[in-house]
Design a protein around this ligand. Sequence first.
Ligand code: C2E
Ligand code: CA
Ligand code: CA
Ligand code: CA
Length: 253
Amino acid sequence: MTPDAPEILRALEAGEFFPVFQPLVELRTGQLAGFEVLARWQSPHSGLVMPDDFIPAFEHSGFIDTLTHQLLGKTFDALSLTGRPLMISVNLSPTQLLDAGLPARLETLARAWKFPLDRLTLEITESALVDDLPRATSVAQDLKSLQCRLALDDFGTGYSSLRHLQALPFDELKVDRSFVRFMDTDRECRKIVASVVGLGQSLGLMTIAEGVEDSAQAEMLRWLSCDLAQGWLFGHPVPAGELPAILARPHWD
Ligand code: C2E
Ligand code: CA
Ligand code: CA
Ligand code: CA
């Protein structure tokens, strides 16, 4: 089911989109480092809809920015209730990094919620950045001036990724879960993960492994000195109401 523009507008106005939060865990210490925010849609017709089924329609119809802002507002609300200075990562669609107005809008939003932007990471996938690298670089510089952090998401799955690492001011590198997934059983995957983590480290980036599902993977990543891990081993994404229970948990092994 792909929502059309009138349905997207209706759902946005009805406030049917909400953030879920997946823990990011520091591998060295087992401490919670923050959360990645993922979009969900509670549709009156279709029930709970996952992002892969509606994000592309938002990108094509030009409403993706409205969605991001709605999600960020709800995210800042939820975080202020926890009273903890948590780090938050949100996903941007590649076209949003070509939008010169984005930094100013983010600044206004964060100021309204009194959320310090040095606690916000913007995750970007490689795919479409290549369209206009000079413009993406300029928007990225503006975001850095606001103290936002930038992460290169799904690393290894797109194209021209080394060019992006060189040209854009990234702070974090996320190893795609398609490599992490088989790293305990497949020698090539293990070597790819080791190389990507090593590349991130040599560039001075924080490294994050996605899709960590079992402790053998976590152990290997710890051995590689990968900084953070995210995946079902540590926790599924949960709605805001479940944050207090997660924050009460002392340790994440
Ligand atoms: P992503 O940014 O790579 O997010 C990670 C995805 O992996 C999430 O799927 C998450 O639920 C899933 N995941 C986490 N841990 C595990 C694990 O251990 N095993 C497996 N198999 N999967 C795991 P989700 O929530 O369905 O999101 C899918 C994609 O939709 C995201 O991939 C992201 O690219 C996009 N997306 C989600 N929210 C937004 C948003 O607000 N804006 C934009 N532009 N894109 C979004
Ligand atoms: Ca992501
Ligand atoms: Ca990812
Ligand atoms: Ca993805």
